[in-house]
Design a protein around this ligand. Structure first.
Ligand SMILES: *Cc1c(COP(=O)(O)O)cnc(C)c1O
Length: 414
């Protein structure tokens, strides 16, 4: 067993060695600025960027010229939402999104509200983290100009009914943005089948490099216009000024190329590892609850609440803090996203999971480079750690004595 095990693939993924190989020439020899029109250094950079555009655009079922290269999905969500709201401000100012979006969407919407540029409806989700197309339909008003719903959630892995929402958006003639960062290159994404008009994704969630991402913007049927958020040299057809990250773009496209060939098989393998981990844990421990949707879920996602323990204590037991002599295991807790304040996750709250139980949750993010051996080792460590912590837990003792802790289990699902 290695000294560290990485099982936090929703936070970021390791760089695939094949992606690194594809990038190296663009870090070493092909030094050109893709905007340099006067020499071969520039031309070869521009060619590489345009090839990457075609790779990513066609993988999505769109066109290469519909890709805008950006620094990541945060920038992509910002450009999509602010860009549409600003450009179409004379048509309306209402945006519909969901309560469990990534902060890159939620905080962008909040910023627009603060500046009185938009009115935003945050749709609640059900106990498994889903919104319905009906909910979206009911929220639409004459002022609605944009719907933004994520493909799959980064904490609980729940996959949203994007195609159904897309049909409502199309019928009502409202632009539809999808933050596909977690699902892109993991599950099938085709912009026409999903009925989306703008789509965001990022390199470092798909075994590509950090600091690069894109926004896909539909050019026909309907053509979507945006107000640029960055002023400067007018790169990317004026949509995003700034010298392009050529090695990053080449790497992102290499990651997509790998996904094109391996995604389907990889999903089966990752799901197998995820289910193995889940089964081993629940075979040995009682009072373990699954957060998210049992089936409409990312293959690599497992988010569990371990009643009567603190997720933070559990993390210390796994990440090397409590047992420096054992392999360190990288996973996340349900409080980790806002760990400065130790607020329970807003995503788990939106599912109706009570604060107590939300504090006991751990997110396992399985990915391409995890092995069966790692899964078995992690399962064993989790089981040992939960048993150890429960032995110290007064709540667990009360429960075993038959004292009713009903409130504690608000929102729990098996
Ligand atoms: C990681 C993530 C983002 C942010 O992506 P960056 O490229 O790190 O800016 C946005 N949305 C979702 C769903 C994510 O998982």
């Amino acid at each position: 067993m290695q000294s560290r095990i990485y099982m936090d693939n929703h936070a970021t993924t390791p760089l695939d060695p094949r992606v690194l190989e594809a990038m190296l020439p663009y870090l070493r020899d092909h030094l050109g600025n893709a905007a340099s029109r006067n020499h071969s250094f520039g031309w070869e950079a521009e060619e590489a960027v345009d090839r990457a555009r075609e790779t990513v655009g066609s993988f999505l079922g769109g066109k290469g010229k519909e890709i805008i290269w950006l620094s990541g999905a945060t920038e992509s969500d910002n450009l999509a939402i602010k860009g549409v709201v600003e450009f179409y401000k004379d048509k309306g100012n209402h945006v519909i999104t969901t309560a469990t979006e990534h902060k890159a969407v939620l905080d962008t919407c909040k910023a627009l509200e603060r500046k009185k540029l938009a009115r935003v409806t945050y749709l609640p989700v059900d106990q498994q983290g889903r919104v319905s197309a009906e909910q979206v339909r009911e929220a639409i008003t004459d002022e609605t100009i944009l719907i933004s719903v994520m493909l799959a959630n980064n904490e609980i892995g729940t996959i949203q009914p994007i195609a159904e929402i897309g049909r409502v958006a199309k019928e009502k003639g409202i632009f539809f943005h999808c933050d596909a960062t977690q699902g892109f290159a993991k599950i099938s994404v085709h912009v026409d089948e999903l009925g989306v008009d703008l789509l965001s994704a990022s390199g470092h969630k798909i075994y590509g490099p950090k600091g690069v991402g894109f926004l896909w913007v539909r050019s026909r049927g309907p053509r979507v216009r945006l107000t640029a958020q960055m002023d400067g040299g007018g790169h990317e057809r004026g949509m995003r000024s700034g010298t392009l990250n050529v090695p990053g773009i080449v790497g992102l496209a290499a990651a997509v190329e790998i996904a094109r060939g391996e995604m389907a098989e990889e999903a089966v393998r990752t799901r197998g590892l995820r289910d193995r981990l889940h089964e081993k844990i629940v075979a040995e421990l009682d009072d373990v609850y699954l957060n998210g949707h049992p089936t409409e879920r990312l293959p690599g996602n497992l988010n569990l609440s371990f009643a009567y323990i603190e997720g933070e204590s559990m993390l210390m037991g796994l990440n090397g803090s409590a047992h420096p002599n054992l392999p360190a295991i990288a996973v996340s807790s349900g409080s980790a996203c806002t760990s400065a304040t130790l607020e329970p996750s807003y995503v788990l709250k939106a599912l109706g999971v009570g604060d107590e139980l939300a504090h006991t949750s751990i997110r396992f993010g399985l990915g391409r480079f995890n092995t069966e051996e790692e899964v078995d080792y992690v399962a064993g460590r989790v089981i040992d750690e939960v048993k150890r912590l429960r032995d110290l837990s007064p709540l667990y003792e009360m429960a075993k004595e038959g004292i009713d802790l009903k409130n504690y289990f608000a929102g729990a699902q098996h």
